[in-house]
Ligand binder design. Structure first.
Ligand code: AMP
Ligand code: MG
Length: 406
């Protein structure tokens, strides 16, 4: 039996960051930048108005007030999108909209709220100072400067900056492409009614969702029969499009545990008993010329999902170039809302419902129990040497993926 940490360490020492690839900015969402990116242009690219109002020479509105408005002729309207280079003479004004280019000569904008809103002539009721309500060229970003560094995770804000700075394509670490395969003669496809002795293949849809939740791209292969040839052919066929493969089922001590049987022979996949509950039988290794990492998870749905959280998710994040805290990955603190017992000698991952930071068990803890799994918010991680939890004890919890809409 090996420890959870040992198994995870072996996995993280094996997986590698995926080779960077140039992507359009829209497709780069959720990816990590693999280059420093410089702005191709300045932001703003031209001096423009920060308000709807009137472009003026500040000197023309000195002393303007409610009692003593300054009246100026309105000689033009400048809307956002106006591409003409205009000039404003002294003693005149132009109506200008937010984002519209400032006319040459104008050095301030009087907000429309401080005027009578006139279109032929306008009464200006407030003084202005040079630069007021004016966005200067490059005040946000200067052309040529590095705007985002290699290693930055790209979200909507970063993507907006890239697009605005004229960068349409960037080198990023691609999202890992993850093939999800279920094994078992008992499996029927989602939507089909299982006959006596059959069950719906819920693992492959669960893990497909889990893969999406960590920002990777899933390719779901339906259930594969417990047949060595079929399984090997499926694996070989999938290798071309996979950065990683996840299988479920067929890794324990049963007579038809095909995954273990087939992959043990290959020699590059190692099967271990990991001191954890659920999820004790685990396999990990690489397959094919490209050394594609393969995670062979146990078949019980709860075991498979716990294994995903504990082993696969950190590996996928590492492959995507994301900084990952070492073990434990992303625990949140909680306190036990009730006493419970835990198995000795194994790290136990108990499904819990969190009420603020108070954790209570989410019903039956059997590794086949999807009802309790679906009710749970997090996995309370009970160390191998702890067997009794009292009410009020501190707990480390691993939030379940997707519970916040990822
Ligand atoms: P195994 O690891 O193949 O011995 O399977 C352990 C348990 O998990 C059995 O009760 C299986 O029926 C169940 N199981 C295996 N694969 C799946 C699956 N894809 N979806 C739901 N349950 C499964
Ligand atoms: Mg099976």
């Amino acid at each position: 039996m090996i420890s959870v940490e040992e198994h995870l360490t072996r996995i993280l020492e094996t997986v590698q960051v995926i080779r960077p690839f140039e992507q359009g900015v829209l497709d780069a969402q959720g990816c990590v930048l693999a280059e420093d990116v410089k702005a191709r242009g300045s932001l703003p690219g031209f001096t423009n108005s920060a308000m709807d109002g009137y472009a003026v020479h500040a000197a023309d509105v000195v002393g303007a007030s409610d009692e003593h408005p300054v009246v100026l002729p309105v000689v033009n309207d400048i809307a956002a999108g106006n591409t003409n280079a205009l000039s404003l003479a002294q003693g005149q004004t132009m109506r200008i909209m937010t984002g519209a280019p400032m006319p040459r000569g104008a050095d301030a904008v009087v907000a429309v709220e401080n005027t009578d809103g006139g279109v032929v002539k306008v009464a200006i009721r407030a003084a202005s100072v040079v630069g007021q309500h004016v966005r200067e060229v490059g005040e946000d970003v200067e052309e040529g400067v590095v705007v985002l560094r290699s290693g930055t995770l790209l979200g909507p804000g970063q993507i907006a900056l890239l697009a605005a700075a004229g960068v349409a394509r960037v080198r990023v670490v691609p999202r890992p492409r993850v093939v999800v395969i279920s094994t078992g003669d008992e499996l029927v496809e989602v939507g089909q009614t299982p006959r006596f002795g059959q069950i719906v293949d819920s693992n492959s849809v669960m893990l497909t969702a889990a893969v999406t939740s960590v920002g990777a791209t899933p390719y779901r292969v339906g259930g594969v029969a417990d047949d060595a040839r079929t399984l090997m052919a499926t694996l070989e066929g999938q290798l071309v499009r996979a950065d990683a493969i996840i299988t479920t089922g067929g890794v324990s001590m049963g007579a038809f545990d095909t995954v273990k049987e087939v992959l043990s022979r290959v020699g590059t996949v190692q099967f271990d008993k990991v001191a954890m509950r659920p999820g004790m039988p685990q396999g990990f290794g690489v397959l094919g010329e490209e050394q594609v990492p393969v995670f062979t998870l146990p078949g019980n749905p709860v075991s498979a999902l716990v294994s995903f959280h504990v082993f696969v998710a950190p590996a996928l994040r590492a492959m995507a170039g994301r900084p990952e805290p070492s073990f434990p990955p992303g625990y949140v603190p909680a306190v036990a809302a009730e006493p419970f017992t835990s198995v000795p000698g194994k790290m136990e991952f108990m499904r819990v419902v969190l009420d603020d930071d108070r954790a209570r068990l989410a019903g039956g803890q059997g590794s086949h129990m999807l009802g309790a799994l679906a009710a749970a918010d997090a996995l309370a991680v009970i160390p191998a040497d702890v067997t009794q939890i009292a009410e009020g004890d501190a707990l480390d919890c691993l939030p379940l993926l997707g519970r916040e809409g990822q």
